[in-house]
Design a protein around this ligand. Structure first.
Ligand code: DON
Length: 559
């Protein structure tokens, strides 16, 4: 009786202890996604007895309908998962692949210069999509409900429509001109209305039909059936390189996650072809040796240390990381002796310079859009999924008659040594374009255990900024002892070696702090917000606390 009473008080204690309101706390299952509607879908799947994998599959398809700028079936991504029955933690790679007809210099003119927009807009920018194969694999290996049932939520949302919120209406307005370049996309997004408003109902029957085929016939319909025919025909019409063989030969890969400890946290994150796990690991291992009693969250000293560590880690990213099926990473980037040697390069009183290295050409930045969601259930199944079309609405090219967009993921390759991609990242040999190769990513779906028990699931959108945002959250949580909410809401900053500047979230840092960083030698740039983390934390009592980053439109929920 007394125990039951104490247990009932627990949620209030958890919430009250640091005086911070959490979005939600649950016992049976919890999730955080970029869309309130997708989160509701997840709640319904939990209510029907689904496990975390069922939820992840249903949410993945629902986001493809209600969050079309990033949610997708025409893109790809990664998942890091924990199977509660075996306690095994694995990484699923459903990243896009370069078409078989692609070649190293395909985006360069006869003088060897990059051709504007070629790797970012239209059919030539598309990688072979992996999302449908990835979600199917998650379901087949770990799901408990029926495949068509999990897709039925998305089909209903596509067929009957969903109410646009302010964020979605603004997003469609912002990208209207760029989407309207392609007849297929113009018809798809702007037939119902030329000027979508908050509260309008957005219907996508073509997508409903496509999803129904995937529900009834499985992924074959996408990779070798009717849908494949439409994808190849659309891409060919716009001068792209896809063949039927590209789609038919697409395969997901299970990989060993990057695994390391940071303080008492056992971290599992995405290995190559994402740079996420290794670069986050390098940053955390570099800072781990410092005495944080001298630092405060958000102080000049800490931001400087973090950014100098990120500078070193991102320098390695440009040189050593690419698809491991094509390029052997030459040594263990998390080797402790190597990390100690690199740490000696950090000077707490002065910046290093990235200047001896080939400077990247920083293109004008289009806002990127990727989406991450985190799911856990009471059994201890954990699913962290990050998937994307790359930039918002991907290549902007919709597949004729099918209701979905294709990605522009080819831009994540190093299209020439030292040429920056959409996120200002540069690369070379390791990440050069080769047929059927996967382009290097920064996506970092991450699972954290503590004392071998589920502890935290997280990930983010934001291109290269994903890695620094996830690392900062883990430091806030572990080193600064902040709650999940406070860890999420801390102002963010970013450094990626090139371009050689710190990016600060504007309005979040005062003038003294900026002056202090400038004095140390930093060049400061500002961004509206950095990244958008969706996380679930499982406390010692097994209570699940889900939180969506207030920087975005997301929502947390559960049962
Ligand atoms: O894989 C990558 O690293 C990029 N394609 C991710 C893009 C992204 O996160 C855009 N998000 N806001």
């Amino acid at each position: 009786m007394a125990a039951a009473f104490l247990l009932a008080l627990l949620p209030f204690f958890v919430i009250g202890c640091d005086n911070v309101a959490v979005d939600s706390y649950y016992r049976k299952g919890a999730l955080a996604t970029a869309s309130p509607i997708a989160t509701q879908v997840g709640e319904q799947v939990f209510a029907r007895g689904g496990n975390a994998f069922d939820v992840a599959v249903a949410v993945g398809f629902a986001l493809a309908v209600v969050h079309p700028e990033a949610g997708n079936i025409g893109g790809g991504g990664f998942a890091v998962i924990r199977d509660a029955s075996t306690k095994e933690i694995k990484a699923l790679d459903f990243r896009e692949k370069a078409p078989l007809a692609s070649s190293e210099k395909m985006y360069l003119d006869s003088l060897g210069d990059p051709i504007e927009n070629m790797s970012t807009v239209g059919a030539f920018a598309c990688g072979v999509p992996g999302t449908v194969a990835g979600l199917y694999e998650l379901w087949q290996k770990h799901g408990s409900m029926k495949w068509p049932e999990l897709i039925s939520y998305a089909i209903l949302l596509a067929d009957s429509g969903f109410i646009l919120n302010a964020y979605q209406a603004e997003s469609l307005a912002k990208y209207k001109d760029r989407l309207s370049v392609f007849d297929e996309s113009s018809r798809l997004f702007f037939t119902g209305s030329k000027n979508w408003q908050e509260g309008d109902n957005f219907v996508n029957r073509q997508l409903g039909q496509t999803l129904a085929k995937i529900a009834n016939e499985g992924p074959e319909s996408f990779y070798s059936g009717d849908i494949a025919d439409s994808i190849v025909a659309t891409v060919k019409r716009y001068g792209g390189l896809f063949s039927h063989e590209d789609l038919a030969s697409y395969q997901i890969k299970w990989r060993q996650p990057v695994n390391f400890r940071f303080d008492s946290l056992q971290i599992y994150s995405m290995p190559p072809p994402s740079s996420g796990g290794l670069i986050m690991g390098q940053i955390l291992k570099l800072v781990e040796a410092y005495d944080f009693s001298k630092f405060e969250a958000g102080s000049i000293e800490y931001i400087h240390l973090f950014c100098e560590s990120a500078r070193l880690a991102f320098a390695d990213r440009s040189e050593y990381l690419g698809d491991p099926d094509f390029y052997n990473i030459p040594f263990d980037l998390l080797d402790s002796a190597y990390i100690s040697r690199r740490r000696q390069l950090i000077n707490l009183n002065q910046v290093n310079s990235s200047s001896e290295i080939l400077p990247g050409i920083m293109p004008s930045r289009e806002s990127g859009q990727t989406t991450h969601y985190s799911v856990v259930d009471a059994q201890g199944n954990m699913v962290a999924v990050t998937y994307t079309l790359n930039s918002a609405y991907g290549s902007k090219l919709a597949v004729s008659g099918c209701g979905f967009l294709l990605n522009n993921e080819m831009d994540d390759f190093a299209i020439a040594p030292g040429v920056a991609n959409l996120y200002g990242l540069v690369g070379g040999e390791a990440n050069k374009i080769e047929p059927a190769k996967r382009m290097l990513s920064s996506m970092s779906p991450t699972i954290v255990l503590k004392n071998d028990k589920p502890f935290l699931i997280l990930g983010s959108r934001g291109g290269s900024e994903i890695i620094t945002a996830v690392a900062q959250l883990l430091i806030n949580f572990s080193r600064f002892n902040l709650s999940l909410e406070k860890s999420l809401s801390q102002p963010r900053f970013h450094h990626q070696w090139l371009p050689d500047n710190i990016v600060l979230e504007e309005k979040s840092f005062d003038i003294n702090l900026k002056q202090g960083l400038i004095k140390l030698g930093h060049i400061i740039k500002e961004a509206d917000v950095l990244s958008e983390i969706h996380a679930v934390y499982i406390n010692g009592a097994g209570l699940m606390i889900a939180s969506a980053d207030r920087r975005g439109p997301g929502h947390a929920g559960g049962q």
